[in-house]
Ligand binder design. Structure first.
Ligand code: F6P
Length: 554
């Protein structure tokens, strides 16, 4: 257990010492500040606003060595079955590996398989986008609804939103729409189809297992919408499904059983975890249909760029390794249970939602890989919103309430630059003024003495005082948010999670914690069915649930 090692214990003792020095003080040391910066291919990570000294960083790298981080990353890349509870390899890096860089799982070069699927996605999406593949009544399929949940939804939506207003991607998507349907709430289905015509709509059912209850019900719901809508135009049920429904799944036979033609099913593999699957057909099918394959290729290249950096850069210059170690530092040694993801880029409005799943489903665990209970809490509560919106929402708490380590993320250039005559700065400069100001406000705070000097009344001083000493990182991309940067950002955060899990010694690739709720939902579903069809008495639940079910059924 990592927490029993001397490296861990040294960090525990060191944390007490570091906590005595305010960030305001630490930031006065220019040599320290300069040392706590790392760069990789157009990305600068400044971690000088962490409650950390140079010694902290040394101790964290000792811990990384003790946890055999490098070896663990190599085991992943070499296709070992590191997801032990499911006996699977973890190879999402192979999804973005160029064709000439083989990666092996059980002796098989899976990059070949990946590129076979990518080629068929390119061909298919080109045909749909050109109108060569069309709907049952001959109309061009300009609308796509992607049905899926969790990892089969959040990553693709993150990328879709990120590129919506990027010049090249936007031009490529001209005249097309892409919508997502995730929630089993029938309102989500109603919203997904609102204003759309089945004749020019293609539905993509995305599910690794092809058994997820919500996705399957939504797939049947939209199949009915397509079939009914097209029947009015004289189209048979079989033709409606053949022309208007495709699937993405690692369970290809199940998709075929649903009625989707084999040539319309894009596969992926059990070595791709759901939350790490956006670079597989899960993301690439809907995104290539919408933006075209040149954009998705560039996205994959960005992710690959950071994969190479992870595997080859020295650990001390390695951005995802630094991010992961700082996550461990903040949560395991400084006791911060959450972290905020604060992109100063409106395109990243679904980034936090995606990383919530990547990180919390991966590292929200209570035992190590051997099944031994961890004597410390693993995982972090991730949340966030784009700045500056978040500033007018929850920043009050992060400035004066609880300490929440923050990730400030921004781009030197805007996707849609605006300069208004008569304004002091461009609109992007205005956004960025906040990106630069907030980390210092959190770090430095404002003292009673400063307030006194400003003439603030004694009674108001405690209310206006900011304790400061609140850690953050600043991640600044040198260009604008394009497909390549979107891929880089994705990989940075995927790897951060993996690094943290590796240090804690847990399995970041299974998700047994989602099972119990699913089983109980089945029990409730059966009860609702029996009560409604056979007037069966409610049984098998505690008195609280029984009373609530009675109320609902009545
Ligand atoms: O909620 C659990 C989960 O299994 C996630 O891990 C996964 O991303 C999601 O459900 C969807 O699963 P599938 O792609 O098999 O429909």
């Amino acid at each position: 257990m990592i927490s029993e090692t001397n490296e861990w214990k040294r960090l525990l003792a060191h944390a007490t010492a570091v906590q005595g020095t305010h960030l305001r003080q630490l930031l006065k040391d220019e040599a320290r500040n300069a040392a706590l910066v790392a760069e990789h291919n157009g990305i600068t990570l400044d971690y000088s606003r962490q409650n950390a000294t140079l010694e902290t960083i040394d101790l964290l790298f000792d811990l990384a060595e003790k946890a055999q981080l490098r070896q663990k990353l190599s085991s992943i890349a070499s296709g070992e079955h590191v997801n032990k509870t499911e006996d699977r390899a973890v190879m999402h890096m192979a999804l973005r590996s160029p064709a000439n860089k083989p990666m092996y799982v059980d002796g098989r070069n899976v990059v070949e398989d990946v590129h076979e699927v990518l080629t068929s996605i390119r061909k298919f999406s080109d045909r749909v986008r050109s109108g060569e593949a069309h709907g049952a009544t001959g109309k061009k399929l300009v609308n796509v609804i992607s049905i899926g949940i969790g990892g089969s939804y959040l990553g693709p939506e993150y990328v879709f939103e990120a590129l919506k207003h990027e010049k090249v991607a936007k031009a490529a998507a001209e005249g097309r729409t892409l919508r997502f349907l995730a929630n089993v709430d029938p309102v989500d289905a109603a919203r997904a189809v609102e204003g759309l015509n089945p004749e020019d709509t293609l539905v993509v059912v995305v599910s690794k297992t092809f058994t997820t209850a919500e996705t399957m019900l939504n797939a049947r719901t939209l199949r009915k919408w397509l079939v009914d809508g097209l029947a009015a135009k004289g189209v048979s049920q079989a033709d409606a499904v053949r022309h208007h429904m495709i699937a993405v799944s690692a369970a290809v036979p199940k998709a075929q059983e649903f009625g989707i033609a084999p040539e319309n099913v894009f596969g992926f593999w059990d070595w791709v975890g759901g939350r790490y699957s956006v670079c597989s057909a899960v993301g690439i099918v809907p995104l290539a249909l919408h933006y075209g394959s040149d954009i998705t290729d560039s996205f994959l290249a960005g992710a690959h760029d950071v994969d190479q950096h992870l595997l080859n850069a020295p650990l001390r210059e390695n951005l995802p390794v630094l991010l992961g170690l700082l996550g461990v530092w903040n949560s395991s040694f400084l006791g911060h249970t959450s972290r905020a993801l604060l992109p100063y880029a409106q395109g990243l409005l679904r980034f936090a939602a995606h990383i919530q799943q990547v990180d919390m489903e991966s590292n929200g665990k209570r035992v190590n890989v051997e099944g031994v209970t961890l004597p410390f809490a693993a995982g972090e509560i991730n949340f966030g919103e784009p700045g500056t919106n978040g500033q007018h929402s929850f920043y009050q708490l992060i400035h004066q309430g609880r300490v929440v380590p923050c990730d400030f993320i921004a781009f030197c250039k805007s996707q849609t630059p605006v300069e208004l005559q008569g304004e002091k700065v461009s609109n992007h400069d205005e956004l960025m003024s906040n990106f630069f100001a907030q980390p210092d406000a959190l770090a430095n705070g404002k003292t009673i003495e400063e307030l006194t000097a400003e003439g603030v009344s004694e009674s108001l001083r405690p209310h206006k005082m900011f304790p400061g000493n609140r850690p953050s990182i600043s991640l600044l991309f040198h260009g604008h948010l394009n497909a390549f940067a979107c891929g880089q950002l994705l990989a940075l955060y995927e790897h951060r999670t993996v690094v943290q899990g590796a240090i804690w010694g847990l399995n970041s690739f299974d998700q047994w914690g989602v099972e119990l709720g699913k089983v109980l939902a089945t029990q409730v579903r059966n009860q609702l069915n029996a009560s409604r069809t056979k007037k069966a008495e409610i049984s098998g639940f505690n008195s609280s649930t029984t009373a609530l079910l009675k109320l609902y059924l009545a």
